[in-house]
Design a binder for this molecule. Structure first.
Ligand code: UGA
Length: 459
């Protein structure tokens, strides 16, 4: 059954949810306090890059299935089902800032003349929904309204795909009738595809969201630590991950070693759950350590390059990739900040490139001492060394021949293990993959004429 749905917040979660629900036939009103953003969205311009999203937003605008507005009062009065997907950013002490959720709640309760089903998708600490229920009991009870917590698991870069192919639907609720409403709106994607639906208490659902991100982040922290060890003893982390993943209790996904995890969620949620536990007198010691471990990983590519070159002073370094992962222009907590800062501090001349994220990087990285390149070719031209940080498809196509013609030096730090290291080694490059032993050139290859001039680096 098609519903009238209001979605508060047009960030990654809100906009993808709003556009996806409109695309499967619901009538959606998406609300945001940012007037400029809403003006642009009405014209079909998105505030961020997300593959496939523009298409469904435009199509929903054409069929009038989606409407963008800043008028929250009117939106609340016109919609019975309200989804809250506003931000819950980290406060200076690490706790989640719930002020945006509260503002929406005030608006809903101020305009609550008939029954509403309020679905919270914003990540909130365990116990938040129960607290809101208590605080707003008068308004909720008089209208017989419900609050549900329905965590979102989509990933940036594949958010639209994730909307249509969820692995589970978690509905935290006190009331099974209310849960059915959520179940129904997702029917075309979730129920039809036999997606498991877990109905549980709101506290359990809140824990599931934090727990999932903490578990994923710890997995990456462990694989990255094993990668570092592997480099020293000469193992190959890709084989290690395959071998470990063949144990079905471990599994093969989400096991790629890299430059340390980034993004807007893991760090915030790790701190958020640790702080929430602290408040209740529980120490999540291991969870806190994940960030300590990751901080080290985020700067490690630059330190590895420094060891390789002896000194970074006056070296021309190309940094390929600024986004925290491919297919997004989001740079939040990206390794690029740590790496570029380290390189600049050590006196390197840094040129950065990213197919989507340069604008956001320049906006957020206030330090001077680096330049941006329009193309990867431009970035690597005359470089003594390159560091690949983001797993963009276009960097996979980099060949030894391409670099031979453009680079001055012959050193590559490939943090994503995207390049075929043997072909680079054969062409005179020294290549450092994450979790792989350093490969130095060992033979001459006629296809690569520049080999004679290759700088063979000894660490
Ligand atoms: C993460 C979760 O995966 C989502 O389920 C969750 O909904 C989201 O946070 C959130 O809470 O909003 P996201 O941060 O968008 O999603 O991206 P991921 O694909 O999880 O990547 C996070 C970081 O881990 C990236 O830096 C990525 O490059 C890195 N990563 C991921 C690896 O280094 N190796 C891997 O095998 C996978």
């Amino acid at each position: 059954m098609k519903k009238n749905i209001a979605v508060f917040g047009t960030g990654y979660v809100g906009l993808v949810t709003a556009a996806g629900l409109a695309d499967i036939g619901h009538n959606v009103t998406a609300v945001d306090i940012d007037q400029r953003k809403i003006k642009e969205l009405k014209k079909g311009y998105l505030p961020f890059y997300e593959p496939g999203l523009k298409k469904i937003v435009k199509s929903a605008l054409t069929t009038n299935k989606i409407n963008f507005t800043t008028d929250s009062d009117e939106t609340v009065s016109k919609n019975e089902l309200i989804i809250i997907a506003v931000g819950t950013p980290e406060m200076s002490d690490g706790r989640a800032d719930l002020s945006q959720v509260r503002r929406v709640f005030d608006c809903i309760t101020d305009n609550m003349v008939q029954k509403k089903t309020i679905v919270i998708k914003s990540t909130v600490p365990p116990g938040t929904v129960d607290k809101l229920r208590e605080e707003y009991a008068a308004e909720l009870d008089v209208t017989n309204s419900d609050i549900i917590f329905c965590p979102e698991f989509l990933r940036e870069g594949s958010a639209v795909h994730d909307f249509y192919h969820p692995e589970r639907l978690v509905i935290g609720c006190n009331n099974l009738d209310a849960a059915k409403i959520v179940d129904d709106i997702y029917y075309p994607v979730a129920r039809k595809m036999d997606v498991p639906v877990l109905k549980c208490s709101t506290v359990s659902a809140e824990m599931i969201k934090y727990g999932s991100n903490v578990m994923l982040a710890s997995r990456l922290a462990i694989i990255n630590e094993l990668a570092e060890f592997s480099e020293v003893v000469g193992g190959d982390i890709r084989d290690v991950a395959i071998g470990m993943g063949l144990d079905s209790r471990i599994g093969k996904n989400y096991m790629k070693a890299g430059p340390g995890f980034g993004g807007s969620c893991f760090e915030k949620d790790i701190k958020g759950i640790a702080k929430a536990a602290d408040y209740h007198g529980v120490n999540l010691g291991l969870v806190n350590e994940i960030l300590v471990s990751n901080e080290h990983q985020l700067v490690r590519p630059a330190m590895r390059l420094e060891r390789a070159l002896g000194s970074l002073k006056s070296k021309n370094i190309a940094v390929l990739g600024l986004a925290f992962k491919s297919d997004t222009d989001d740079v939040r907590n990206s390794a690029a900040f740590n790496v570029v800062e380290y390189l600049i501090e050590k006196g390197a001349k840094v040129k950065v490139h990213d197919p989507q994220a340069e604008y956001n990087f320049i906006k957020d990285f206030k330090k001077k001492g680096y330049t941006c390149a329009d193309t990867a070719d431009d970035a690597v031209k005359k470089a003594d060394a390159i560091i690949i940080l983001t797993n963009w498809k276009e960097y996979e196509k980099i060949t030894p021949e391409f670099l031979n013609n453009l680079m001055k030096g012959r050193v590559i730090v490939d943090t994503r293990n995207m390049l075929d290291e043997h072909s680079f080694r054969d062409c005179g490059f020294t290549i450092y993959g994450t979790g792989l032993k350093e490969l130095k050139p060992y033979k001459r290859n006629n296809n690569c004429k520049d080999l004679v001039n290759a700088a063979i680096v000894t660490v």
